[in-house]
Design a protein around this ligand. Structure first.
Ligand code: PEP
Ligand code: MN
Length: 343
């Protein structure tokens, strides 16, 4: 907002709890918004408040404060300036980010118990640590299969019990958020909803981690601003997912912007994964793009795996077979080992 100032107050490594409380009290007095990030070595306080008031206080004279730095970027709390250390997001029992690799796989949509369980069992055996599968499918055509709804969520919860895999599922409508929160381990925002700000704010107010896919026409800055909407409401567990952008190129469904991974790593502390299925849109591109994701330093990948892609109700042409997923995981592990990463 005009007239607002954002500032990062970096505490000294020797600062104690009462020093932090003192700063927070003064911020509350002037009505500023504060987010505290406790790193392993020091605490950092992100502040947004009225410029005149924020600038008036001599922050560096407060006990325990090392420095106060203005943040010039439009996104604040998701930036590396605010938090130097990588965020690690716990998705059920699976940590993601900061050296923990997410291998997310499963069918594009939950179609039936049989198909979901066949896919879940296969990806679990091949080494996936998070299951995907959607109950609500926003499709380009309103006449295409739209998902099983709550029945799909119940099947995903059963699969979690049976195969020990936490799951991620997309939510499309802000009114479905309370329902999905009751089931999912992570909630996904699809590319078409990246800039659906009421949905982002709703997800910022609930306790489950959020995977935020990049809008297919969004710049990296717009994407990080979307993440800021979620963060600002209090939910700091956000995983970004690069899924390709629309370019003039027509040989692929979207152009995977692989450079987004190191760019985001420089700009933000949030984990970033890659979706090689929805970006390429073709089965034969999935494994090469997944290798690229590992090599470029992504914190994970998410792929569509289907036991019978030719019968899939959604995205059959880009789904890989369980046997192909095994190959993909073997290659990811080999590349990870060469890079000193445990996958
Ligand atoms: C998906 O992951 O199933 C999906 C629909 O992806 P996107 O929103 O990136 O198109
Ligand atoms: Mn899909």
């Amino acid at each position: 907002m005009p007239g607002d100032e954002s500032l990062i107050i970096v505490m000294q490594t020797t600062a104690d709890r009462s020093d932090v409380e003192h700063v927070l009290e003064r911020l509350a007095d002037i009505g500023a918004e504060a987010h505290v990030s406790e790193g392993s070595r020091r605490t950092v306080i992100g502040v947004i408040g009225d410029r005149a008031q924020v600038q008036q206080l001599p922050w560096e004279a407060f006990p325990g404060v090392e420095r106060a730095v203005p943040v010039l970027k439009p996104f604040k709390f998701v930036s590396r300036d605010f938090q130097a250390e990588d965020t690690v997001v716990d998705v059920g029992t699976t940590p993601v980010g900061g050296g923990h690799f997410a291998a997310i796989a499963g069918p594009c949509a939950v179609e039936s118990r049989e198909l979901l369980f066949a896919s879940a069992e296969a990806v679990m055996k091949a080494g996936a640590n998070i299951l995907r599968g959607d109950a609500f499918k926003p499709r380009t055509s309103p006449y295409s299969f739209q998902g099983l709804g709550e029945a799909g969520l119940e099947l995903l919860a059963e699969a979690r019990e049976q195969f020990g895999l936490p799951f991620v599922v997309e939510v499309v409508d802000p009114r479905d958020v309370p329902l999905v929160v009751g089931y999912a381990d992570m909630i996904r925002v699809g590319t078409r909803n990246m800039a659906n700000f009421p949905l982002l704010s709703e997800l910022g107010k609930q306790p489950k981690p959020v995977m935020l896919k990049r809008g297919f026409t969004a710049t990296i800055e717009e994407w990080l601003n979307a993440a800021e909407y979620i963060y600002k409401e209090g939910n700091h567990n956000i995983v970004l997912c690069e899924r390709g952008i629309r370019t003039f190129e027509t040989s692929t469904r979207n152009t995977l912007d692989i450079s987004a991974v190191p760019v985001i790593k420089g700009l933000s502390h949030l984990p970033i994964i890659v979706d090689p299925s929805h970006s390429g849109g073709k089965r034969e591109l999935v494994i090469p793009l997944a290798r690229a994701a590992v090599a470029v330093g992504a914190d994970g990948f998410m792929v569509d795996v289907h036991p019978a892609p030719e019968t899939a109700l959604v995205d059959g042409p880009q789904a890989i077979l369980p046997s192909e997923f095994e190959v993909m995981m073997d290659q990811a592990r080999a590349l990870g080992a060469a890079m000193g990463l445990g996958i």
